[in-house]
Design a protein around this ligand. Structure first.
Ligand SMILES: Nc1ncnc2c1ncn2[C@@H]1O[C@H](COP(=O)(O)OP(=O)(O)OP(=O)(O)O)[C@@H](O)[C@H]1O
Ligand SMILES: [Mg+2]
Length: 381
């Protein structure tokens, strides 16, 4: 992983709070001059990851190498000078003016004279579009302006890396763009390495060199923004990007309880306002697949149902066992149709009657059938 361009390497980073793991063997690497957006569901560990990077949290185990040096062995102050951070809540000192907020650290840590620090502070205020606001106090500034002061304050330490933790999510929507605009302009400056936790997908897509999708304490998938936003490979990334709300449970042949299954689908369908007819189609389809297909090959199926924002329904059936792809079933007129081929053919026709997309793949140890049931239902032929 070590190339000339690699700046930060994170290896098997673990962090728990009260015994609950939040980061679990997280691996990642950032190149020098790269803009990395970190996206993912709430609770995935994004903030904790950033906080571990600049040692606001102490990792339980694992390593963070910055330019090849283990961060645990670095002086915390030196590390934070190299790595600035901008928070959701600005965290400006309320009793100091904008300029004083910016010049405090350069004066005490970089030992700049007052004149030098003030000159730097004014330049930075201009850079973030706040020329003339030197003497304004935080309470006299809008949220967007306060956040821009916070960005100027981070820049004043001339960091090589800036970490942003949801820099726009505490802002009134009318102020999001002015702050994103400032971050965007920094991104185009040479040499700045940035990691940005954000829910602003369009921004992440435009500005990033790399996107990390975090889920359950790891960087679950990473790649170029086009790949992550258009054709992510892994299922949870796909669900997140397409905003599929999913619900999973295991189905066991031994005690398959149709009424219970029906009730669960019902709850899910109600939650997503699916009409009665669609609910019936789903229940019929699943029952048919379980009884006439899956239970012939397996005793246990991991079942997931998901609904996209467009109200398409996605079904996923994963099982361990034989590879039995119904989608490739075909009639060869020269040979009598055996029982398994008959089952596959029947299943294929059930799928084709209901689904607009169907795939059968191997994923890890599982065989997985995935179906997309479009909002506009196919009418049975
Ligand atoms: N100091 C702490 N003490 C106890 N639990 C914590 C602490 N910090 C974070 N957690 C827990 O760790 C988990 C991950 O939190 P984290 O803030 O890193 O997630 P996140 O991905 O940033 O989420 P969000 O998008 O909501 O900001 C959460 O369940 C949170 O409650
Ligand atoms: Mg967070």
């Amino acid at each position: 992983m070590s190339s000339e361009k690699t700046m930060i390497v994170v290896e098997k980073l673990c962090k728990s709070f009260a015994g609950v793991p939040v980061l679990s063997n997280l691996d990642a690497s950032f190149n020098k001059g790269e803009i990395v957006s970190i996206i993912g569901p709430s609770g995935a560990g994004k903030s904790t990851f950033l906080r571990c990077l600049n040692l606001l949290e102490t990792p339980d185990s694992g390593r963070i190498l910055i330019d090849g040096v283990d961060s645990q062995e670095m002086d915390v102050r030196k590390l934070r000078m190299k790595m600035g951070m901008v928070f959701q809540q600005f965290n400006l000192f309320p009793h100091l003016s904008a300029l004083e907020n910016i010049t405090l650290a350069p004066r005490s840590l970089l030992k700049l004279s007052k004149a030098e620090a003030d000159e730097l502070g004014s330049e930075l205020l201009e850079k973030v579009g706040l020329a003339g606001k030197e003497w304004a106090f935080p309470k006299e500034l809008s949220g967007g302006q306060q956040q821009r002061v916070a960005i100027a304050r981070a820049l004043a330490m001339k960091p090589e890396i800036i970490l942003f933790d949801e820099p726009t999510s505490a802002l009134d929507p009318t102020m999001v763009n002015e702050v994103l605009g400032v971050i965007r302009s920094l991104a185009y400056e040479d040499g700045m390495t940035m990691a940005i936790v954000t829910h602003e997908m369009r921004f992440a897509r435009d500005v990033s060199d790399q996107v990390f999708y975090m889920d359950q304490g790891v960087v679950y998938e990473s790649g170029a923004p086009e790949v992550i936003f258009e054709s992510p490979v892994r299922p949870r990334t796909r669900a997140f990007i397409r905003r599929v709300d999913t619900f999973s449970f295991d189905i066991f042949e031994d005690n398959f309880d149709f009424y219970r299954f029906d009730a669960k689908i019902d709850d899910f369908a109600m939650k997503h306002l699916l009409d009665h007819e669609r609910r019936e189609t789903l229940v019929d389809l699943c029952e048919n697949l379980f009884d006439n297909f899956f239970f012939m090959f397996t005793k246990r199926i991991s079942f997931t149902i998901g609904v996209t924002e467009e109200k398409d329904v996605e079904l996923r059936f994963a099982y361990k066992g034989e590879e039995v792809n119904p989608l490739t079933a075909d009639i060869n007129s020269d040979e009598p149709v055996d029982k398994f081929t008959a089952v596959r053919l029947l299943t294929k026709s059930v799928i084709l009657n209901t689904s607009s997309r169907a795939t059968y793949t191997r994923q890890g140890d599982d065989y997985v059938l995935e179906l997309l049931i479009p909002r506009e239902q196919k009418r049975r032929a």
